[in-house]
Write a protein that binds this ligand. Structure first.
Ligand code: BGP
Length: 460
């Protein structure tokens, strides 16, 4: 076999509680920012569809786990909804939620699927947002307490924990670019949110270590390599700053235990440094992870700014670069994202060379496509484009591993077509097709293909 992967390689997929569970207002679940925002501004969501029902995992988890097994999963990531487990964010634990997560974990294990459990996937409980969300230290401590509850309840069986999925996204979406609640545009507040997320992560890691459970704790980051338009020094500098702001801001503290000095200097120069209290940096230094999840969808291409900054406008990362559309690049037109498979190899190589070759895995990669029904032949979606996409990314992953990368697995985004934030159901990513009206599940061609890849531990 040409592309054989290391023994015990993780084959599976990832999803999140808010995007799949549904039952958003049932069995004692509290409101989170998505439930709230949808009620307040439904027009923000594609076709005005919210996550109230999502893909009904809460009801159908048993059948869904059977399907996972059928398509070759040996591991699967989802998250625990903070607002389901602790409806007010702090205080009373919802027993119905405890039962549900126990059932999901036990069922996964019974089917030979390793549960990977994440604790925060963009879904701040509304009572916590009302206290200021990640801007508030009280919320940081509430999150650490929630994490501890999860470790105590489920840590006897869950061996792979993650504190956050893509913690920079709520920073970007909620506090810079207006695509998440609370729709603030303010870099200083964004910086506070970022800093406090890292603090919350580190406090949760500390709680985990104190409990001395048998398992590993990590974080999932969306690493988006920054490629300069040219080798001109101004383009190189633009790419370096974009990398600093969007990748190293989180990657360095969670793997090396400290912020990049260049970033601190830059924010200091522009008077944007977030508040830091005595003891914070020690906590962050102790928050180094055992395992890093890498989400990769697309590269970032940048160039030096063409025009001067309007310094009367809000301070933004784009003060330092322009985004660059490279002519002729391969695109996924549905999502509007470039497809650049080698990016995965570049990330894995960077982790090997500059981050101590930390144990990692591809925790999300995937292709969202609209109107996939048009590819149905004999009742099955023939998503050859997705098979191609996954194969091409796996080939670069394989090359990185053959050169020594410590990459332990590959999870597709996602298992079943799911609700995707403000895009709702516009783009479908699943191995399994979801018919929204009937909630019927049908394995796509890529799901059958993946079962073979997993069985053979590789492909030709
Ligand atoms: C990642 C998120 C997922 C998922 C995915 C697909 O950033 O972790 O939650 O949504 O992207 O992207 P989108 O839903 O925006 O198409």
């Amino acid at each position: 076999m040409q592309y054989k992967f290391p023994q015990n390689f993780w084959w599976g997929s990832a999803t999140s509680a808010p995007q799949t569970e549904g039952a958003a207002f049932e069995d004692g679940k509290g409101e989170n920012i998505w439930d709230h925002w949808f009620k307040e501004q439904p027009t923000r969501f594609h076709n005005q569809v919210g996550a109230t029902d999502a893909s009904t995992f809460y009801r159908n988890y048993r059948d869904d786990i059977a399907l996972m097994k059928k398509i070759g999963h040996n591991s699967f990531r989802t998250s625990i909804s903070w607002s389901r487990l602790i409806p007010q964010g702090t205080g009373t634990v919802n027993q119905q939620a405890v039962d549900f997560y126990n059932n999901v974990i036990d069922e996964l294990l019974a089917q030979g699927i390793e549960p990977f459990i994440n604790l925060f996937h963009f879904d701040m409980p509304m009572p916590m947002q009302e206290k200021g969300g990640w801007e508030s230290r009280e919320v940081v401590d509430a999150f650490a307490a929630f994490a501890e509850v999860c470790f105590k309840l489920f840590g006897d069986r869950v061996k792979y924990w993650f504190t956050f999925n893509e913690p920079i996204v709520p920073v970007e979406g909620g506090y810079l670019y207006d695509f998440h609640y609370p729709n603030v545009v303010d870099f200083q507040r964004a910086a506070a949110v970022a800093f406090n997320s890292i603090l919350a992560h580190s406090k949760a890691v500390q709680k985990y270590r104190t409990l001395q459970l048998k398992g590993e704790i990590g974080i999932i980051l969306n690493l988006t390599p920054s490629y300069p338009r040219s080798q001109n020094p101004a383009d190189l500098k633009a790419a370096d700053i974009a990398d600093l702001i969007f990748n190293r801001s989180f990657l360095d503290p969670v793997t090396l235990g400290e912020f990049p000095q260049e970033l601190v200097d830059l924010l200091k120069e522009y008077k944007q440094l977030p508040g830091c209290e005595k003891g914070d940096l020690e906590i962050i230094a102790a928050g180094k992870v055992d395992l890093l999840g890498v989400n990769y969808y697309r590269p970032r291409r940048v160039c030096a700014r063409a025009n001067a900054v309007n310094s009367d406008g809000p301070f933004m990362p784009e003060w330092f670069f322009d985004n660059y559309d490279m002519p002729g690049c391969k695109m996924n037109p549905h999502r509007g994202w470039e497809i650049y498979e080698k990016g995965l190899y570049d990330i894995l190589t960077d982790l090997r060379e500059n981050y101590g070759n930390i144990p990692c895995f591809i925790s999300e990669n995937g292709m969202g496509v609209e109107n996939e029904e048009k590819f149905i032949v004999d009742g099955q979606i023939q998503d050859d484009y997705r098979i191609e996409f996954v194969k091409d990314h796996l080939k670069w992953t394989h090359k990185a591993i053959s050169e020594g990368s410590n990459c332990l697995g590959y999870h597709l985004w996602t298992f079943i077509d799911c609700w995707s934030w403000s895009n709702s159901y516009k783009n479908r990513y699943g191995f399994i097709q979801l018919d929204l009206a009937s909630q019927t599940r049908t394995i796509k061609k890529s799901g059958d293909w993946f079962a073979d890849v997993s069985k053979d531990n590789g492909f030709n």
